[in-house]
Structure formats: structure tokens, C-alpha cells
Write a protein that binds this ligand. Structure first.
Ligand code: 13P
Ligand code: SF4
Length: 357
């Protein structure tokens, strides 16, 4: 039962003390978030992975790419545990290393590899945090960098100081929304379709591109529509609409604001009491924000519940299992990135950390 699991998790955490730290992403369900020592967005959790260097284990309540990142940034002696190994991310799976290597080869053939007269590389690869360690390693090997939804603009500025173009993967929407806000015209952000020659674009489109967008997306955020925003405004004329930048561009354009899960959380906390918010992001976070902020009216733009099904795979039962195993001295469901990938991937992450205040 829930009560039994609760006492088992609390007892295991008590016994482990500082030996284990539990990190939780904002999209985790409340039943899991209550046990997290730290809750945050992807960027904050990457930093948090370094905050307890003396803990033997980091138990990551989130998805696979986040646990990989924690392994890359934490100490060599620390183990990172993902309570359910089936907690992946469909967006991260939309770009694999073979497709990206193939794309890079084609870009190389079409644009050349060396810098131009201004010392700018033809293309700088930028991967969204929501990608495998292999792709972060790819960026590390090719002068590229990692970004999250909270620092994408800063990171793109960094990349444009070094290259004529950016190859942005896997999330086309975060790439498009960020580049648009920076003034990049839409016709200079062609979409790379991984299984088509030259990504399905003409040599001219490629030559004129400023941001080459990979054809990936988040199936949760893709559900939000402009019609939902219009309806919210019809019902609540003063509503403040905030969406995550993984939403399609027309949705971000129709919203009042867009930002990472941490941005949304802070914007709600800072608003004058009595504000009505329509939020376009994962439902577990929206529901928690609604219950933690009774001074406001907060609802999800999508009337049909839209959880991230893979985040939801972290159940308290798995958390109890991995914590009790740790008590018995056993590390299970460990996420460990091999050195060949870890060294360049960490380089790309370090560039991001150094770029972001
Ligand atoms: P942030 O926590 O960086 O806003 O990212 C949202 C997300 O989709 C994580 O998977
Ligand atoms: Fe991946 Fe979307 Fe879930 Fe985030 S919300 S983990 S991007 S599927």
C-alpha cells in the first residue's frame, strides 16, 4: 500500500542519511517529489548533481538523459541510479548518433570543414539537454555545446560567436522559438529530415541557413494548440498564458510568455494574488503549482490530461526498491557512461555551465 511504501522509503532514507541524495524533476508525480532532497528543472538538476560530492549515490527521479548527465557531472566514485530503467524520453530518441554522424558528414561535404576568413566554423552543433550522452559527446568532439530550455538563448549566442550556422538537435521547437526570439528569419531555419539526402533541403537553403533544425519534438508539448489559448482568453479575459518553449512556434507566439519549468514556477510565485494562469506544460507540474498556490487560479491549457508517460514510470515502489538495495550495499539500475563518450560529453556540458551565469 501507499502507506507501507511511504514508511519504507522514509526508513531507507533515514538509514542512508548523507550517503544518498534524491533528485527530482518538476514533472515527477507528487508521490515521488515528496522524497526528493532537491527538485528543479533540467539545468538546476545538472548543477545539483555536483552539489553533494560526498554522497555515494545520486538517486535520480527523472528520465534517462538526466541521469546520464548526472553521471557525467558527478564524481567518479559516485553512482547514479535511475529507479526505473524504462524511464526514457521519446524526444531524445528522435536523434541517434548514427543519424547525427551521417548529417554531419553531409554538412561537411556541402559546406566544408574549415573556418572561413572571419575564423567562423561552417556549423556549430548544439544539442538540447534532452539527448543521449552520445550526442553530447558528439558536440564535445566538434566544438559544440549543450543547452537547456532555460539557457538556450545564451548558448546560441555562444555558438554564433564561433560559427556561421548552428545545427540544433533534437527539439525543432525549442530551436525555432529561441532563434526566432533572437531575430533569425524563419526561412533561415530549415528543417533537417534525417532520412532524406541533404536532410531534404536544397543546397541554397543549406548555404543560407543560420539554424538547421533537427526534426524532433516532445509528444507532450506538441499537444498544445493556439485554439486552446483562444478559448482560455475567451473564458478568462485577464488570463496570463505561459507555455514551455518545447511547444510549437504558433503556440509560443500566442502565449504571453514562455520559459522552462523553473521559469513557470517562479513566475507564478511572484505574481500578485488572484492571478489566473493558463499553463502549457506537463500536467503533474501544473497540478502541483495549482495546489501550492491557492492564491491564484491555475489550470492546464490542454483539457485532456497530458502527463509525460516516461517521467511517470518512476513510481514510489521503484524508489523504495533502489533505496533499500543501497541500504544493503547493492547499487541497482546504475547509469554509467563509458569514458569514450563521457570525456567529450562532459566537455560539452562544461561549456554550457561556463556560459550560463
Ligand atoms: P526543463 O525542466 O528544462 O524546463 O525541461 C522540460 C523537459 O522536457 C524535461 O524533460
Ligand atoms: Fe521528453 Fe517531453 Fe517527457 Fe520532457 S516532457 S521527458 S521532452 S517526452
Amino acid at each position: 500500500t501507499a502507506a507501507e511504501l511511504d514508511s519504507r522509503i522514509r526508513a531507507a532514507k533515514r538509514t542512508l542519511g548523507d550517503r544518498a541524495v534524491v533528485l527530482g524533476h518538476f514533472y515527477q508525480r507528487d508521490e515521488v517529489v515528496q522524497y526528493a532532497d532537491f527538485v528543479g528543472d533540467s539545468f538546476q538538476l545538472a548543477r545539483a548533481a555536483r552539489a553533494k560530492p560526498d554522497a555515494e549515490a545520486i538517486v535520480f527521479c527523472g528520465v534517462h538523459f538526466m541521469a546520464e548527465t548526472a553521471d557525467l557531472l558527478s564524481g567518479d566514485e559516485q553512482s547514479v541510479i535511475l529507479p526505473n530503467l524504462a524511464a526514457g524520453c521519446s524526444m531524445a530518441d528522435m536523434a541517434n548518433i548514427d543519424q547525427v554522424e551521417q548529417c554531419w558528414q553531409e554538412l561537411d561535404d556541402a559546406l566544408g570543414a574549415g573556418p572561413d576568413a572571419d575564423g567562423l566554423a561552417p556549423v556549430i552543433p548544439v544539442t538540447y539537454m534532452n539527448s543521449s550522452a552520445a550526442l553530447k559527446g558528439f558536440c564535445g568532439r566538434h566544438g559544440g555545446i549543450v543547452c537547456t530550455s532555460s539557457n538556450a538563448r545564451t548558448v546560441l549566442d555562444w555558438a554564433f560567436e564561433r560559427g556561421r550556422r548552428v545545427l540544433f538537435f533534437p527539439d525543432q521547437h525549442l530551436g525555432r522559438n529561441t532563434a526566432k526570439a533572437m531575430g533569425v528569419p524563419e526561412e533561415r531555419m530549415p528543417l533537417w529530415m534525417p532520412n532524406k539526402p541533404l536532410g531534404g533541403m536544397t543546397p541554397e537553403q543549406l548555404r543560407d541557413a543560420q539554424v538547421i533544425l533537427w526534426n524532433g519534438f516532445c509528444s507532450v508539448h506538441k499537444r498544445f494548440t493556439v485554439r486552446q489559448i483562444e478559448k482560455a482568453r475567451e473564458t478568462f479575459p485577464n488570463v496570463r498564458v505561459i507555455v514551455h518553449p518545447e511547444c510549437p512556434m504558433p503556440v509560443v507566439d500566442a502565449a504571453d510568455e514562455s520559459g522552462s519549468t523553473d521559469y513557470i514556477t517562479k513566475a507564478i510565485a511572484a505574481a500578485p494574488a488572484g492571478t489566473t494562469f493558463a499553463i502549457g506544460t506537463e500536467i503533474n507540474l501544473v497540478n502541483r503549482l495549482a495546489s501550492e498556490n491557492p492564491q491564484h487560479t491555475i489550470f492546464c491549457l490542454d483539457p485532456v490530461v497530458c502527463p509525460c508517460s516516461t517521467m511517470y514510470r518512476i513510481h514510489p515502489g521503484y524508489l523504495a526498491w533502489v533505496l533499500e538495495s543501497l541500504v544493503r550495499g547493492r547499487v541497482i539500475n546504475q547509469i554509467s557512461v563509458g569514458d569514450d563518450v563521457a570525456i567529450p560529453a562532459t566537455r560539452a556540458l562544461e561549456r554550457m555551465l561556463a556560459t550560463t551565469p
